[in-house]
Design a protein around this ligand. Structure first.
Ligand SMILES: CC(=O)N[C@H]1[C@@H](OP(=O)(O)OP(=O)(O)OC[C@H]2O[C@@H](n3ccc(=O)[nH]c3=O)[C@H](O)[C@@H]2O)O[C@H](CO)[C@@H](O)[C@@H]1O[C@H](C)C(=O)N[C@@H](C)C(=O)N[C@H](CCC(=O)O)C(=O)O
Ligand SMILES: Nc1ncnc2c1ncn2[C@@H]1O[C@H](COP(=O)(O)OP(=O)(O)OP(=O)(O)O)[C@@H](O)[C@H]1O
Ligand SMILES: N[C@H](CCC[C@H](N)C(=O)O)C(=O)O
Ligand SMILES: [Mg+2]
Length: 482
């Protein structure tokens, strides 16, 4: 493909060489480069892509896009200096794949919690409505029926555009994607032509990366700042930061809420283990999902579908059949008929929501036994908060490992323990081995009690020092509950 065309829209500070040349692939990882490729050097969190420019030259690349020009300029290589290489990569990826986001209706969902649940609901809803649909999510990417493994909540710019291109070529009309704050901040979604964006909520997470809550909010807001005029922006008016997202947003503004006023008035009539009874724009409707937080997620699906032109009765009929995403408040069936739930709550807010939901729907005599852990190499300030929440809302807690990654798992438990008050401590046990922790929690639970295993949801691994060992909370529960 012609390099000049790939650079369309990219603000170039300096160009050395002739851009009107044919190039092969775009690549930001020097280890994957082949002759004739374009190397985009980005400054990362671990290393600086600029350090790999000599390797790129040795691999006979045709062009290099970078923020700082190297001292040695190799002959036969085109150098393009840009202000922000990650942003340039986003725009170049859109050009390279010929703007697939323009060939379908693309809606992004951002927020601390609820992204996977809402995009999954929307994907399932639109498929039930008979449309070819795409999904980019934490759990899986899908091109209608075809499943493609997902490695990130939001992939890199090349992956996103390649997947969207495949979708558009296969006749996909609608695509629903998660936009993580990391991805927005790293411009993985730069240049995409969104038809809509949604904000679910914002609470404590990822402060290791964003440093302050203000910067974290700002990262989410960047999605709304980049929306075109023809798009819609749908935000949760019950969240304090909902309306903040709409400041400087060129798209048409809409709100949803379960408490305050909004463009899609709704309320929860009854919340039970069997599901949610809601009233949406005056229509009573029953859903299979449990918990107030899922009431919000359902309102996202409803609001987006309305804004994409689907008729109310059709939306409600199909939504009422849906189950939600894997590992999100998932009841694990077992021959003992014990109530065992696997949930992906890995933030203080999510954990509080899920435990409050269980409190709200349980019978008076049912105790709550929770298994909780915190990830390694992630925001450490979540740890004491999550332990305190687990102890506050459960009758017994078993604290355990959840992807220690490169950290010492015992230290992670110590960090969690620091959040427990003296009165909470007797309720909480610490067991490093997650399988043992689940087994112990089950022994602590009487036949009528409720077992919550939180943090891993759909994940089927325990990541320790760069190695992912197979581990599936649902599988373990099924093995134990016999
Ligand atoms: C912190 C973070 O987001 N890191 C992402 C980022 O990598 P990085 O900036 O750390 O890259 P780096 O390792 O410093 O390298 C800098 C540059 O040098 C290049 N390089 C590096 C080595 C080499 O030999 N040659 C070379 O060219 C790299 O390709 C990169 O372009 O860019 C990479 C490529 O897009 C991502 O794979 C990587 O995700 C890492 C693996 C990760 O764990 N990310 C998590 C935190 C994440 O993104 N999570 C969010 C969800 C969070 C949530 O909402 O819950 C997600 O969207 O999944
Ligand atoms: N709307 C919501 N508000 C608050 N908590 C929620 C909401 N929806 C889901 N949760 C809780 O958060 C957990 C994660 O939900 P989900 O996977 O949908 O979020 P996510 O935003 O995709 O998370 P991630 O950032 O890891 O991709 C759920 O298992 C549940 O405990
Ligand atoms: N997207 C989140 C997932 C966390 C899931 C939890 N099991 C953990 O490993 O901390 C993250 O990467 O921070
Ligand atoms: Mg997700």
């Amino acid at each position: 493909m012609n390099f000049e065309n790939i650079l369309n829209g990219v603000r170039c500070k300096k160009v050395i060489g002739e851009v009107d040349v044919e190039v092969q692939q775009l690549q930001f990882d020097s280890r994957k480069l082949e002759a004739g490729d374009v190397f985009i050097a980005q400054k990362g969190t671990q290393t600086d892509g600029h350090d790999y420019i000599p390797m790129a030259v040795a691999r006979k690349v045709k062009a290099i896009v970078c923020e700082d020009l190297p001292a040695d300029i190799a002959s036969g290589v085109v150098y393009v200096q840009v202000e922000n290489a990650a942003k340039a990569l986003g725009l170049m990826a859109c050009n390279y794949y010929d703007h697939p986001s323009r060939d379908l209706k693309l809606v992004a969902v951002t927020g601390t919690n609820g992204k996977t649940t809402t995009v999954t609901l929307l994907f399932d809803l639109f498929r039930r409505l008979g449309y070819r649909t795409g999904l980019l999510s934490t759990v899986v990417n899908k091109i209608d029926e075809q499943e493609i493994q997902s490695t990130h909540t939001t992939g890199d710019a090349l992956q996103i555009n390649q997947l969207l291109r495949n979708m558009a070529d296969q006749g996909v009309r609608y695509c629903f994607m998660e936009a993580s704050s990391h991805a927005i901040h790293q411009h993985r979604i730069a240049g995409l032509d969104f038809d809509g964006a949604v904000f679910t909520n914002i609470s404590h997470d990822h402060l290791d990366y964003h440093h302050t809550f203000k910067e974290y909010i700002f990262a989410k807001k960047m999605l709304f700042d980049q929306l075109p005029k023809h798009a819609f922006a749908l935000v949760n008016a019950d969240d304090k930061r909902g309306l903040v997202m709409l400041q400087n947003c060129a798209a048409t503004h809409y709100t949803y809420a379960l408490k305050g006023l909004s463009d899609f008035p709704a309320k929860i009539v009854n919340n039970a283990f069997e599901g949610l009874e809601m009233e949406i724009e005056g229509t009573p409707v029953f859903f299979r999902l449990v918990g107030e937080f899922n009431g919000y997620n359902l309102m996202v699906a409803y609001g987006v579908a309305k804004l994409l032109g689907v008729e109310t009765q059709e939306i409600l009929l199909e939504l009422s059949m849906l189950q939600g995403a894997k590992g999100r408040f998932q009841l694990i069936p077992n021959p003992l008929n014990k109530v065992a739930i696997v949930d992906y709550a890995h933030t203080p807010d999510a954990l509080e929501n899920v435990l409050k939901t269980i409190q709200a729907v349980r019978q008076d005599n049912q105790q709550i036994i929770a298994v909780v852990g915190c990830g390694g190499d992630r925001d450490k300030t979540k740890r004491p908060e999550m332990a305190a929440i687990a102890a506050k809302y459960s009758d017994k807690v078993v604290m355990t490992s959840d992807n220690p990654r490169t950290e010492d798992p015992a230290q992670i438990l110590k960090d969690m323990e620091a959040g427990l008050t003296i009165t909470m401590r007797p309720k909480a046990l610490q067991i490093l081995d997650r399988k043992e922790a689940i087994r112990t929690a089950n022994m602590l639970a009487g036949p009528k009690d409720i077992l919550l295993v939180a943090g891993k949801g759909h994940e089927d691994y325990q990541e320790i020092n760069g190695v992912k060992h197979h581990f599936d909370d649902g599988e373990i529960l099924q093995e134990i509950l016999v």
